[in-house]
Write a protein that binds this ligand. Structure first.
Ligand code: CTP
Ligand code: MG
Length: 583
């Protein structure tokens, strides 16, 4: 099936566009030829999608160049507001289902997916259709239970007993919402012919799909309906890996409750004449406003939010948040407010991701490798986070010769007046017009870069140096944390403050071993040693093998032996010397 193109593959599409843009600059990356065609292949998606004029529109958009993150977000948000989420039966007759919904207006796109049951996301061409559909919906009739009468765009399709409203053979093709299991990934990678192709495959298999991305915006839009009960002009925007181009299926959904439209942050006061102002309750600080807002919205989500479970209000954190699971989508959600710096870093990561395709390929590979070896974890703790890892990859790419991506200071120097942004005293200015950024001509392959990445961090002076993508150069460590990665915008903060010495040591040891393994695989021929249908893991596949960790330990011992042998013989010779002197 043709990839769904609504802005959709918007992000994927914009990455593809940027690659064309790149080639226009005469940058040819050996080993990346397959990439262009590959990203247009929709791996593992069996989406039942309505064809629409949107596809043609998006093709036009693709030609226009890379969209800014703001443009992508605005378009997707608008799309989400015209959408509903419907729980339905796995044997729902698709034709009848669509016919029924079409009574309310044209359907622009729809797809089915499974998450504790079957769901359909339906996007109408017009908002009026959603209003009309909601008019039709009734309150559930329950005998013994009481219900909070909060109406939302999360609905259930009921079969009212007509014999042909379900279809035994229907078997919907569902859009996968989870990544392929690691064992399957290893096998698929082992069938690829080069490490560059393996990296490309891994990225395609792990990146967010068009549908998963839509679902993320739809969940934000459903949440906004709840928050709008108090703040009608509010907005809820996704940030972090849901939109920065580095998200994978299964990543959490970070959301930002934006009250700027109400708080007057973006409005200008009249300079003269009469004017009226709202009377508002005063709070002690911005933080206190954030805490009380999130507390109330968190309570609403908990008490009234259909499908929202396990709500925790974590209001005393450095960045207060409400955490919950959204069951119908399967997303773990973090709702924050007043978190504008994180929105900026999301925008920055997105920009770096579209500047050069190798950025995303390398970030996906390193993130997947780190997860396979427990370097990162879904549970908070002393682990390196994906955000830290991403910054480490960016820093490494800035340190290539010539650099693959520019420093943040350079991006700030290229900024125009409209790009100026100071948030809570932090300079968050950087250029938004991608065409102003001149890249240097670096043609290193993905294989080379991956190998060099491991080598770079296997020997990095973590004890003395800090990583700074602002300067693109190692800086002296300002504090004694084992790992110091300067926050790109709040420069006095360390984004990896949570990491302890043990976790850093594990990371370094794995970098050493992975670099060694990749060098070994140079002598391996892909696909050699096939046993039946199971190919022998090689290249990137060996780096992801859990058993390889055990192998790593034993190799480490072996490799250390000569050193300990040398020390032993040195001691022996000293002893002998001493004895000789005494005698
Ligand atoms: N962030 C930040 N400083 C930190 C941690 C996070 O600015 N110390 C911002 C980054 O923009 C990050 C976003 O908050 O992308 C969300 O954080 P998190 O969910 O931890 O990382 P993600 O990039 O979303 O990665 P993941 O897929 O693991 O969720
Ligand atoms: Mg996240």
């Amino acid at each position: 099936m043709r990839p769904c193109a609504s802005i959709g593959a918007a992000m994927a599409a914009s990455f593809a566009v940027c690659r064309l843009h790149m080639r226009g600059r005469g940058i040819l990356v050996k080993g990346l030829q397959k990439v262009d065609t590959c990203l247009h292949r929709n791996i593992g998606t069996n989406v039942v999608a309505a064809q629409s004029a949107a596809l043609r529109k998006d093709e036009t958009d693709e030609k226009e160049g890379c969209k800014s993150l703001y443009a992508v977000q605005a378009e997707r948000q608008e799309q989400a507001e015209r959408s509903v989420l419907i729980s339905c039966h796995s044997r729902t007759n698709e034709k009848k289902f669509l016919k029924h919904l079409s009574k309310h207006g044209d359907i622009k796109k729809y797809f089915f997916y499974e998450s504790y049951g079957m769901y359909a996301v339906v996007e109408f061409a017009n908002r009026e259709s959603v209003a009309s559909l909601l008019e039709e919906a009734v309150i559930p009739s329950v005998n013994h239970e009481s219900m909070v009468p909060f109406k939302s765009r999360l609905l259930s399709l009921k079969n009212l007993g007509s014999a042909d409203s379900t279809n035994q053979q229907s078997g919907h093709q569902c859009q996968p919402q989870a990544t392929i299991p690691i064992n399957e990934l290893i096998q698929r990678l082992s069938r690829e012919e080069s490490i560059d192709q393996q990296i490309t495959f891994l990225t395609e298999a792990y990146q967010l799909t068009e549908e998963n991305s839509r679902l993320r915006f739809l969940v934000c839009s459903l949440l906004k309906d709840i928050a709008a009960a108090y703040f009608p002009e509010c907005n809820i925007k996704p940030f972090g890996s849901s939109v920065n181009g580095f998200g994978k299926l299964g990543s959490d959904l970070d959301m930002f409750l934006d009250l700027d439209g109400i708080s007057g942050r973006n409005t200008k006061m009249p300079k003269s004449g009469l004017s009226l102002e709202y009377q508002m309750k005063r709070a002690n600080s911005e933080r206190a406003v954030t805490q009380s807002t999130l507390s109330v919205i968190g309570e609403c989500v908990d008490q009234f939010g259909p499908g929202c479970v396990g709500v925790q209000k974590i209001l005393n954190a450095r960045c207060p948040l409400v955490r919950f699971a959204h069951q119908p989508s399967g997303f773990q959600c973090d709702l924050t407010a007043n978190n504008r710096v994180a929105m900026k870093s999301t925008e920055l990561l997105y920009l770096y991701g579209v500047l050069d395709p190798r950025v995303r390929f390398l970030v996906f590979t390193v993130r997947c490798w780190a997860r396979a070896h427990g370097i990162t974890s879904g549970i908070p703790g002393a682990w390196i986070t994906n955000f830290s890892l991403t910054v480490m990859v960016l820093f490494f790419l800035q340190r290539r010769s010539p650099p693959i991506i520019p420093t943040l200071d350079h991006l700030r120097d290229l900024a125009g007046p409209a790009d100026k942004s100071v948030i809570e005293g932090n300079d968050c200015t950087f250029v938004s017009d991608i065409s102003k950024i001149q890249l240097q001509s670096n043609t290193e392959t993905l294989e080379k870069l991956l190998c060099e990445f491991f080598e770079f961090y296997a020997t990095f002076a973590f004890n003395k140096m800090s990583i700074s993508i602002r300067k693109g150069k190692e800086q002296n460590k300002p504090e004694v944390a084992p790992l110091h990665i300067q926050n790109p915008f709040e420069t006095s903060l360390n984004v990896s403050k949570n990491v302890n010495a043990t976790q850093l040591e594990r990371f370094v040891a794995l970098c050493q071993e992975s670099s060694w393994l990749l060098q070994q695989s140079e002598t391996n021929t892909p696909g050699s040693g096939n046993k039946g249908n199971t190919p022998t893991p090689w290249g990137l596949a060996t780096l992801l093998l859990p058993s390889q960790v055990a192998g790593i330990k034993s190799r480490k011992k072996r490799r250390r032996e000569p050193a300990s042998e040398r020390i032993k013989s040195l001691l022996e010779s000293l002893k002998n010397n001493n004895q000789q002197k005494k005698s």
